[in-house]
Design a protein around this ligand. Structure first.
Ligand code: PEP
Length: 248
């Protein structure tokens, strides 16, 4: 069976002192052999996070797909690799909406990360208008076909897909358990069509969108939900600790 993987996404929050304090409080609680818990942190906090992580996994929140060059302000996969980063969030809806990430660039990032042995946490999900228009399946299928293009079936055990309906991110309006499970199952079915049963059964799928201590247990009870990507509720040690304790 698939191990659970619950990852926070701090976005553009926390300095080094706050990162150290968070890890001092939370890292010990994340000790378990039943699954993985971790946080995605800003580039500037990666060193501090990695130095203070014994149990929590540490993810970058983005990367560039070229190794080096004239890309002012970007961070490459070899740079993350050198730091010892093992997970990287890619294609978050905020990056797609505000910073021009596309399925094509996300696909290049995914391939680069996999080549470096770093697990991509690939975010996909539809807007509220797309959901209301009944286009969720089409949108998810197109995003997966584009973002995971030409990635071989064997790689999927090292890929995490975060299904995050954009209308549920940071809104407090979480998807119902039924919608979350239906869409995560849909993601698995699309992967099945793309690369076959074994990859579909191995790929870990997270739900993301206003997950908090009060709703994490019901999401995690669903067959196709293997974890969660958590924004707001990962910022406070207390709420992230509660999430860990309720699921480990
Ligand atoms: C996210 O940023 O990926 C997210 C799911 O945020 P929140 O949990 O705050 O909705």
């Amino acid at each position: 069976m698939r191990d659970i993987i619950i990852v926070g996404n701090w976005k553009m929050n926390k300095n080094n002192a706050e990162t150290k304090a968070f890890f001092e409080e939370v890292d010990g609680v994340a000790k378990t052999d039943k699954g993985l818990y971790g946080v995605g942190v800003p580039f500037t906090d990666l060193r501090t996070a990695l130095d203070n992580a014994e149990n929590l996994i540490v993810a970058a929140e983005n990367c560039h797909f070229e190794d080096s060059g004239a890309f002012t302000g970007e961070v490459s996969v070899p740079m993350l690799e050198e730091l010892g980063v093992k997970y990287c969030i890619i294609g978050h809806s905020e990056r797609r909406q505000m910073f021009g990430d596309t399925d094509e660039t996300v696909n290049k990032k995914a391939k680069k990360l996999l080549d470096a042995g770093i697990t991509p946490i690939l975010c996909i999900g539809e807007t509220e208008a797309e959901y209301d228009a009944g286009k969720t399946k089409d949108v998810i299928t197109a995003q997966l076909n584009g973002s995971l293009k030409d990635i071989p079936a064997e790689a999927y055990e090292n890929i995490v897909i975060a299904y995050e309906p954009i209308w549920a991110i940071g809104t407090g309006k979480s998807a119902s358990v039924e919608i979350a499970e239906d869409c995560c199952k849909l993601v698995r079915d699309v992967v099945r069509d793309m690369v076959g049963d074994e990859a579909a059964d191995k790929v870990r799928i997270q739900y993301g969108g206003s997950v908090k201590p009060g709703n994490i247990v019901e999401y995690m009870a669903q067959e196709d939900i293997d974890g969660a990507l958590i924004g707001g509720a990962s910022l406070k040690p207390d709420s992230f600790i509660e999430i860990i304790e309720k699921t480990k």
